[in-house]
Design a binder for this molecule. Structure first.
Ligand code: GAR
Length: 189
């Protein structure tokens, strides 16, 4: 059995999509969801989906590394960041080399870096009159959005697209391609 854990900070629609993708799969288990945000909607989604959800603060994440200890005891095959907004400390990266992946709602290196997440990205894309955008699935390193790129999928934009239109195009790409990319990574070795 392959084990996945997920990290999310907000709505968690990607979490729900990934959980549903693996619902009937007996070879892959979504063991737990971690969130840094006690108000995140992902907590309600987990309750409905019957997935354990752990809420943590900065102290447990980066000071006493309680969360790292929990991950070590779970020993997941893949740690998936699905809308998780904190930087991952290097202890985690070193403990799980090539096992932490993130999704970013743009074609990195464009629209990456600190503060570039969710709606901020879509607004910048529209403001700059981009003709296309897309998603990037990448390994996580110690810097925001700079880890090795695994896969990018682009989509066209219309000059009339609003940030909300861009967001829905991006989500559509994410829902189709993120679970497939995760599955490819799990089956790599
Ligand atoms: C997703 O679009 C994801 O690409 C983005 O946050 C959204 C989370 O949506 N991630 C980042 O911006 C990371 N820098 P969700 O909570 O509905 O899955």
């Amino acid at each position: 059995m392959k084990k996945i854990v997920l990290f999310a900070s907000g709505s968690g629609s990607n979490v729900e999509n990934i959980v549903n993708f693996y619902k009937e799969n007996e070879k892959v288990e979504i063991l737990r969801v971690f969130t840094n945000n006690p108000k995140a909607y992902v907590i309600e989604r987990c309750a409905k989906l019957n997935i354990e959800c752990t809420v943590f603060g900065r102290k447990e994440f980066r000071d006493n590394l309680v969360i790292l200890d929990e991950l070590r005891s779970i020993n997941p095959d893949l740690i998936v960041l699905a809308g998780f907004l904190w930087l991952i400390p290097s202890d985690y990266i070193q403990s799980f080399p090539q096992k932490i992946v993130n999704i970013h709602p743009a074609m990195l290196p464009k629209y990456g870096g600190k503060g570039m997440f969710g709606q901020h990205v879509h607004e910048a894309v529209v403001q700059n009159g981009e003709k296309e955008t897309g998603i990037t699935i990448h390994y996580v390193n110690e810097r925001y959005d700079e880890g090795q790129i695994i896969k990018q999928i682009s989509c066209e934009l219309k000059s009339t697209d609003t940030a909300e239109d861009v967001a829905s195009k991006i989500h559509e790409l994410e829902y189709t391609h993120f679970p497939l990319a995760i599955d490819e990574l799990l089956n790599k070795d």
